[in-house]
Design a protein around this ligand. Structure first.
Ligand SMILES: [Zn+2]
Ligand SMILES: [Zn+2]
Length: 198
């Protein structure tokens, strides 16, 4: 396996247990937006645990859920000791596995920062302020993508532009009934969206 740079703990943990391929599925699932961050946390930790079980030196007669709960939850000392012993007998380091588990906050950061997926709809209801944040974030991101693409084009001598490249996006929203257009900023600032009633 090539040692590609891991973007953050989510990628490092999956990588460590041979499940880097799950990163793509995680992004796709998050993008569809109907799985909560808590559920994604459960899924990622399951995948990590399954990787650990597959790499073990022999079968471990424990449910994945039991292992996760015993290592990261608050089990009785007896259960914790039993699970740790079983893992150790099969050459799975319980501390390494425990440290690899990710929290929903880590997953949120990974999705937002590394995958550029907006997870805010998962957290609280939409408000004008939140909408402004999300849209501003999206515009900045698209400006960056366009700018990088143009810079690559220039590096390939396919674009003649001497100064530094600055891209700015100005979004316009149109009502399909009266055909009036409003700049997105004005719309978000509460200015009249269209002429339908005038
Ligand atoms: Zn990441
Ligand atoms: Zn209208």
């Amino acid at each position: 396996m090539t040692d590609t740079a891991d973007c953050c703990k989510v990628s490092r943990s999956l990588h460590l247990f041979g499940r880097s391929s799950y990163l793509e599925e995680l992004a796709r699932t998050a993008d569809r937006g109907n799985t909560s961050l808590r559920d994604l946390e459960t899924r990622v930790n399951r995948v990590i645990t399954e990787g650990a079980l597959e790499a073990a030196s022999g079968p471990i007669d424990l449910a994945v859920r039991t292992i996760i709960d015993a290592l990261s939850g608050d089990p009785s000392p007896r259960v914790r000791a039993r699970v740790r012993t079983r893992l150790t007998q099969r050459d799975v380091d319980p501390d390494q596995l425990k440290n690899a588990y990710v929290s929903y906050r880590t997953i949120k950061n990974h999705l937002n920062e590394c995958e550029h997926i907006d997870t805010s709809r998962d957290e609280s209801p939409i408000t004008p302020a939140r909408a402004t944040d999300t849209i501003g974030w999206s515009e900045t991101r698209h400006e960056a993508i366009i700018q990088r693409t143009l810079e690559r084009l220039r590096s390939a001598n396919e674009l003649e532009l001497r100064g530094s490249i600055e891209v700015s996006i100005h979004t316009t929203v149109t009502c399909d009934r009266c055909h009036s257009s409003t700049p997105l900023r004005a719309l978000l600032n509460g200015n009249a969206a269209c002429n339908c009633d005038t």
